[in-house]
Design a protein around this ligand. Structure first.
Ligand code: PEP
Ligand code: CO
Length: 457
């Protein structure tokens, strides 16, 4: 084990020091004055989260790293401004809460709930431009930047969308906090869980029994305590998004009273995507200096040395809870790539939390051209991840999922065995395919019955 230098993580760092590094995936704004005005507004509006919430999350991630919690991070691939709507927000929160209860019950440990929302409005793209019928326009980079329609006006990067995104994130968080404070009564009543799909799986009885048992446990606890669970234990819910548009992230990076350093107060848990993880790139430079816990996606195309350098740069003091490596290998590649990486990270003495993103390495194109993922690949990658971590003497600390609370048909398989033709019925994602309500709940129920999950998690 090499010793870690106890450096000041923020040495030579400022919220804008990333500007001296190559910043990929950034839109081109044609009116710098308008951009400056929007960023000034962003930096003066109240923040979306507080530093003490950020610190609490970091402490909980440290507990997950130590094995006493399990992380459930989930939400849309990309939120759209139109998704800032009460039903969509409530349904997404409901499925995440139900999944987390299943995980608490099955894994016998507390769950850290992190939404992939309230700011997940910008997307990395494979090309900067798109050409149709001889016309080339900037690509669509998410609602925080421009609009998907293929016209020059829609595709122009509009800085006011940064301010609009902040407002919609605030509204999303406000409603989410309200629902959680209200206790979300549906959770206690299995009869309000939509379990119609269970009829289609061989383990129907086992699943019904587990959901019944969760309801029973909650009612028993409430009787015993003489209080509702929400009075007794305020559920914590955290937000996350890919820290992609660095101008906007920097504008929301602030000092707070009586705390050292700088916090990104636009989200609790920013992560670095696969396309922006260059060691000498702007995104790593920005993230290395903030006090938030940060995640970084790890793909099969990244060398071990690259990942080790990321650990060194992003967590030089080896602070527990600070760095999460989110591996997204694919069901067919995880067995080849993950074990060596786990061994190398451990050999260098880096303390990290490991999460499995079983979505982004399992994307395929269906016969009808739709982008999809198979439930069996998603489950298969998670199953392998538990086993590989256990074999390497490591621990899988959680999962990172793309899901929605709606009845969409974007991923194949699951209890209803959705086929390629089913995909056309309710395919709504503008980017990556998400698990629907039933598939997401089924996945949680399958995770807790995986061999190795309870012991290894
Ligand atoms: C994502 O999480 O939506 C994403 C683009 O992932 P990755 O950076 O791992 O490809
Ligand atoms: Co995605």
């Amino acid at each position: 084990m090499t010793s870690h230098k106890t450096s000041d993580a923020a040495q030579g760092w400022t919220p804008d020091s990333w500007q001296s590094r190559p910043a990929v995936q950034q839109p081109t704004y044609l009116d710098p004055a308008a951009l400056g005005q929007a960023l000034a507004e962003l930096s003066s509006l109240p923040p979306l989260v507080t530093s003490w919430e950020v610190n609490n999350l970091k402490a909980q991630l440290a507990e997950a790293q130590a094995g006493s919690r399990f992380v459930l991070q989930g939400g849309d691939c990309a939120e759209s401004f139109a998704d800032c709507e009460s039903t969509i927000i409530a349904n997404r929160l409901k499925v995440l809460m139900q999944m987390s209860l299943v995980l608490v019950h099955g894994l016998r440990k507390r769950v850290v709930r992190i939404g992939r929302f309230a700011g997940q409005y910008a997307k990395p793209r494979s090309a900067d431009t798109e050409t149709r019928d001889g016309i080339t326009l900037p690509c669509y980079r998410g609602d925080l930047v421009n609009l998907p329609e293929f016209t020059a006006a829609a595709r122009a990067a509009d800085p006011q969308r940064l301010v609009e995104g902040h407002k919609r994130s605030a509204m999303t968080m406000n409603f989410t906090r309200g629902l959680i404070d209200g206790g979300f009564a549906d959770l206690h009543h299995p009869e309000y869980w939509n379990l119609d799909w269970v009829e289609h799986v061989p383990h129907a009885n086992e699943y019904r029994e587990r959901v019944e048992a969760i309801g029973e446990s909650l009612r028993f606890f409430e009787t015993l305590a003489g209080q509702t669970i929400s009075d007794f234990n305020r559920v914590e819910f955290y937000t996350s998004h890919e820290a992609l548009l660095l101008n906007a992230e920097a504008a929301q990076t602030r000092r707070v009273p009586r705390q050292p350093g700088w916090y990104n107060l636009a989200t609790h848990f920013p992560w670095i995507g696969m396309r922006t993880a260059a060691v000498d790139g702007a995104h790593v430079e920005y993230c290395r200096g903030i006090r938030n816990p940060v995640g970084v996606k790890v793909s099969p195309s990244m060398s071990t040395e690259w990942v080790l350098q990321l650990c060194e740069l992003l967590n030089p003091d080896n602070e527990p809870g600070r760095l999460t490596l989110i591996h997204r290998m694919g069901n067919g590649k995880i067995a080849q790539h993950l074990p060596g990486l786990i061994d190398a990270v451990r050999a260098r003495g880096h303390q990290v939390l490991w999460l499995c993103d079983p979505m982004h390495g399992n994307t395929q194109t269906a016969g009808n051209g739709l982008k999809t993922r198979a439930f069996s690949d998603i489950l298969g990658e998670i199953e392998q991840a538990f086993a590989i971590h256990a074999d390497c003497g490591s621990r899988l600390g959680g999962v990172h999922l793309e899901l929605t609370g709606e009845d969409v048909t974007e991923c194949l398989g699951g209890a209803r065995d959705l086929s390629e033709t089913d995909l056309e019925r309710a395919y709504r994602s503008a980017v990556d395919p998400r698990l629907n309500y039933e598939q997401a709940l089924e996945l949680a129920l399958r995770i807790v019955s995986l061999k190795g999950a309870v012991a290894g998690a």
